[in-house]
Design a binder for this molecule. Structure first.
Ligand code: GAL
Length: 368
């Protein structure tokens, strides 16, 4: 089996001869007002809904005008929205991209008008016209998910073998490969050792991918894998990159007769600390882990990038050499993701004010 290496994704810091000059500073002299267009990808995942509102509130709190649009997972719709924002005179764009390679032309137009572009959470590829990247350590997200599986199955101490299946996110989202490789690299030694088997043999990013991060697509793939490979064999864990996908996986497991809460229910990971997934974690009725990315901090980072440039300063970045978008290493501010289970959800999620117990308990079920 061929497993790709982290080094393929991550350039060495020494390569990062990134000049920050021209990244918006020159515009400060032209009396920027902070007018910002916020292009978010979707409302199907709770985090983006919260963040759109959060970004608006923060920027408006600085006295800046904002436009907020959601692209409904439709690449062309998002391009149209960005075009209207540029035509409307925005000076900044904060973009949570839908198609990571589809924005080159429209961002070229933005650049011609002197707009500063901040790639938000997901890196925009194959264009020179991205100025900054605000995100999380996406590789670490996958590491945390895999570590949860290692710990829950006791891979260190138990002889196994254990059966695991892998899921990855949307192929056109640059984050997917980071999550997937972080997970795969962490599980790799157990796979080589023969302690972990992947009976489907689907270990590459493409066959494990989930278009648009869609729960139903994940449910269908899980159902197929169970039917094809696990009629006789038990499944012990599923590496899932995102809560919506995790819930689709759990639905398929339940349909196939696995009982949530029972000792033989597979370990399922997740990401985004969505209320419904936290409810399952709390009640022991589905996935047992999620990775929390404090999106309040991400919104703060992005809003502060805008403010710094308006004030004529360079935005704060903490990474110059990890994220190559095909044209250049994008100066980035990366935040740390946090592993969340039933043991620490109160402290990390509730005590920090991200969600209340009532919001978790009262989380609406998925639509269908
Ligand atoms: C990714 C993002 C995840 C999750 C996923 C599905 O780009 O980093 O946190 O939200 O999209 O929306």
């Amino acid at each position: 089996m061929h497993l790709s290496r982290r080094g393929l994704l991550y350039g060495s810091a020494g390569v990062a001869a990134v000049s920050l000059a021209g990244c918006g500073e020159s515009e400060a002299s032209t009396q920027l007002t902070g007018f910002t267009g916020i292009a978010m990808p979707t409302t199907t995942s709770n985090r983006w809904v919260v963040e759109g509102a959060d970004l608006e509130a923060r920027l408006q709190g600085f006295g800046y005008r904002t436009i907020l649009e959601y692209g409904d997972d439709d690449v062309e719709a998002q391009i149209g929205q960005i075009k209207s924002m540029i035509d409307g005179g925005v000076e900044f764009l904060i973009v949570g991209a839908i198609g990571n390679k589809s924005l080159g032309e429209i961002l070229g137009r933005a650049k011609n008008q002197g707009v500063t572009v901040i790639s938000y959470d997901r890196l925009i590829l194959e264009t020179p016209d991205v100025d900054y990247y605000a995100s999380f350590d996406n590789y670490q997200v996958g590491v945390l998910q895999a570590r949860h599986i290692i710990q829950r199955l006791g891979l260190e101490e138990n002889p196994g073998p254990f059966n695991i299946e892998l899921f990855s996110g949307s192929l056109d989202d640059n984050n997917s490969q980071y999550f997937f490789l972080g997970g795969l690299d962490t599980l790799e030694s157990y796979i080589y050792e023969g302690k972990v088997n992947i009976l489907s043999g689907e270990t590459e990013q493409e066959p494990t991918s989930t278009e648009r991060w869609d729960r139903k697509i994940a449910r269908e793939r899980m159902a197929r894998l169970l039917e094809d490979h696990y009629e006789e064999e038990p499944l012990h864990a599923v590496l899932s990159p995102y809560d919506g996908i995790s819930r689709g996986i759990v639905e398929a497991l339940v349909d196939a007769g696995y009982e949530p809460g029972a000792d033989d229910f597979p370990v399922v990971t997740g990401q985004d600390a969505e209320p419904l997934s936290l409810k399952h974690i709390k009640e022991g009725t589905g996935q047992s882990e999620t990775v929390f990315k404090d999106t309040r901090l991400l919104a703060e980072v992005a809003a502060n990038m805008v403010r710094s440039i308006v004030d004529g300063e360079s935005p704060e970045v903490n990474d110059l050499g990890s994220y190559d978008n095909g044209f250049k290493f994008i100066p980035a501010y990366l935040l740390p993701p946090v592993d969340v289970t039933v043991e620490n959800y109160q402290e990390v999620i509730v005590d920090s004010g991200y969600l209340t117990e009532e919001e978790i308990d009262g989380a609406a079920p998925d639509a269908d």
